[in-house]
Design a binder for this molecule. Structure first.
Ligand SMILES: Cc1cc2nc3c(=O)[nH]c(=O)nc-3n(C[C@H](O)[C@H](O)[C@H](O)COP(=O)(O)OP(=O)(O)OC[C@H]3O[C@@H](n4cnc5c(N)ncnc54)[C@H](O)[C@@H]3O)c2cc1C
Length: 268
């Protein structure tokens, strides 16, 4: 292969990305850093900071989508580096909804993406949150150990989720929870699917609030709530629809068959 045929790779930031970096840095310096200590001590979600970020479009579905699809692939990394430079905990509060959004955009139908992603961010004056619920007390890195079960009840056209999640950023306070559950335990992680759980779902409850885990302070509060047992919801809320789980390796159902693992490509 000649040198001309080698794929090129560069970490050089485009002018647009440099502008984004400076814009996020400015917000981190002016708004996040001065607020960090207070919210660290309060151990609560920093709603006023989220609101300020929403006002300028930084906490918004548009901004996250732009960075996610930024052509060089560096958009999210550059923006998050600046947010977390401001403060790791507040950065996580600003980034947490993105995990749930990526999970639904990776596995969901276009209709589900259009319906639920805006509800994970809200708008200025009415900020909302999303939560991605994969980890369990006995299932962290090893997602094949997930025990939360999803059972489809044909008579009522409902999925019933039963299980306990832990370490979930925004868990229990989010407007939309995206829950990874096992539809067919015999298939291990290939038998899992993601479910969209809206607010007010019967059976959804919060558990323990964790105080600290590597990143100091309050932001582990929302991260640490156990979310949910015995949630019910219509089958349309299974990301990707019902039919693509039955008899099909779950890794195919999540990405249109391109062969990546079924678990949404996000970690906290
Ligand atoms: C601040 C914070 C926010 C979080 N937010 C979320 C969230 O929003 N949603 C969610 O679902 N989860 C969330 N988590 C949980 C997080 O995803 C898990 O902590 C993570 O998956 C690791 O799982 P674990 O803690 O059980 O560690 P384990 O999986 O038990 O791993 C412990 C150690 O063993 C290593 N290890 C594990 N398996 C192997 C292996 N096969 N070979 C070699 N080494 C291995 C790991 O690298 C690690 O060092 C959050 C965690 C934190 C701290």
């Amino acid at each position: 292969m000649s040198n001309d045929a080698q794929p090129s790779f560069s970490l050089e930031l485009s002018p647009d990305l440099r502008e984004t970096r400076d814009w996020v840095h400015d917000f981190a310096e002016r708004v996040i850093r001065p607020a960090a200590q207070e919210w660290d001590e309060r151990e609560e979600t920093p709603w006023p900071v989220l609101e300020e970020a929403a006002k300028i479009g930084l906490y918004s579905l548009d901004f996250f989508a732009q960075q996610w699809f930024e052509p060089s692939g560096l958009g999210t990394a550059v923006a998050f580096e600046e947010l977390f430079w401001g403060d790791a905990g507040i950065g996580l509060s600003l980034a947490g909804s993105g995990l749930a959004a990526v999970a639904v955009s990776g596995s969901g139908t276009p209709e589900q993406v259009g319906e639920w992603l805006p509800q994970m961010f809200g708008e200025p004056g009415e900020v909302r949150l999303g939560a991605f619920c994969s980890s369990e007390p006995d299932a962290g890195s090893d997602v094949s150990a997930i025990r939360t079960r999803a059972v489809y009840q044909q008579a009522s056209d409902e999925w019933v989720l039963t299980g306990t999640k832990t370490w979930v950023t925004n868990g229990g306070i989010a407007d939309v929870h995206v829950v990874v559950a096992s539809v067919d335990p015999a298939l291990g992680s290939r038998g899992q699917a993601s479910f969209i759980v809206p607010p007010g779902t019967r059976g959804l409850s919060q558990g323990q609030k964790f105080r600290k885990h590597g990143i100091p302070g309050r932001r582990q509060g929302p991260a640490g709530r156990q979310a949910g047992q015995d949630r019910r919801g219509p089958q349309r809320r299974r990301a990707g629809g019902h039919e693509d789980v039955r008899g099909v390796p779950a890794e195919r159902s999540g990405d249109g068959g391109r062969g990546r693992p079924r678990r949404p490509g996000v970690r906290a």
